[in-house]
Design a protein around this ligand. Structure first.
Ligand SMILES: Nc1ncnc2c1ncn2[C@@H]1O[C@H](COP(=O)(O)OP(=O)(O)OP(=O)(O)O)[C@@H](O)[C@H]1O
Ligand SMILES: Nc1nc2c(c(=O)[nH]1)N=C(CO)CN2
Length: 246
């Protein structure tokens, strides 16, 4: 028996091969802003998004990772009866080509054993590339800006919460969000702090002689920790991946 996430014969994704156009293969000479949209509605959605943001943070060629507040959203399209999605938008600066960035997106999905079977079916993780600088591409394997982003409240609202001045193809995201259908199905998650299992914690150094406060750590008493990642180069991140900055 197979479920949408247990396809016995997953097919290779086109982003594993060469870029289909020179524009999609070209690395920018200087970092450009790119926006990714994450969505998960199977498994531990919150942990999945934590992992994805952490991996982006340590991916070579990606810097200045800013993650939006998260939204719990009613599924739009696809089979009925799906669980709600957890959606988030991530803005980065990157020198990766659009095709390389799509490859990163698909490795993140594969890390979560995503299988493509039913269109818009439930999935452990979906990572869409919304914009890559000002690039416009109409190639079906990577269309930029993402062809459905301008009407998706589950993309536009988190993006707006992250960046009130954001524009998509010259239009203010605020205006697109105000017009988007299904906005009432998008509920902003309250800001949260990462809670790590004790076994994953890196203990802070002991207090200096004569002091009582431990060195380092965060303001809620949880120590600053690195984030171990696998599947991509980069090792351990020192940045905090739970960047719910509002
Ligand atoms: N901007 C883009 N971002 C991500 N994938 C894209 C983009 N443009 C085209 N694609 C192609 O779309 C194909 C299907 O992607 P995916 O399975 O993530 O679709 P979906 O999430 O179910 O639907 P939607 O594309 O409406 O979000 C991918 O194989 C990819 O090559
Ligand atoms: N709420 C919600 N609905 C969706 C989503 C999503 O991320 N969130 N993604 C889809 C295909 O990418 C289709 N429908």
């Amino acid at each position: 028996m197979s479920t949408p996430d247990h396809d016995p014969a997953p097919h290779a994704h086109p982003a594993e091969g060469p870029a289909p156009t020179p524009e999609l293969a070209a690395r920018p000479e200087a970092p450009v802003t790119a926006v990714l949209a994450l969505g998960a509605n199977l498994g531990d959605r919150s942990e999945t998004l934590d992992h994805a943001v952490a991996v982006l943070t340590v991916t070579p060629g990606i810097e200045e990772v800013r993650a939006s507040p998260r939204a719990l959203t009613a599924p739009v399209g696809g089979p009925t009866g799906q669980p709600d999605y957890l959606n988030q938008v991530v803005r980065i600066r990157t020198v990766l080509s659009p095709w390389e960035l799509l490859g990163v997106a698909h490795r993140l999905e594969q890390d979560r054993h995503r299988r493509r079977t039913v269109r818009w079916g439930a999935r452990t993780l979906d990572v869409d590339l919304i914009v890559h600088g000002d690039l416009v591409s109409d190639h079906p394997d990577l269309t930029l800006p993402h062809p459905r982003a301008a009407e998706r409240a589950f993309v536009l609202l988190p993006w707006l919460w992250l960046d009130a001045d954001a524009h998509l193809a010259g239009e203010p995201v605020a205006e697109l969000a105000a017009r988007a259908a299904h906005a009432d199905g998008v509920r902003r998650e309250p800001p949260r702090r990462a809670r790590l299992h004790d076994a994953d914690r890196v203990l802070p150094p002991p207090p200096a002689p004569g002091t009582s406060a431990p060195a380092g750590g965060s303001d809620d008493g949880a120590p600053e920790v690195g984030v171990p990642v696998d599947g991509l180069e980069g090792g351990v991140a020192s940045a905090r991946p739970w960047t719910d900055r509002t």
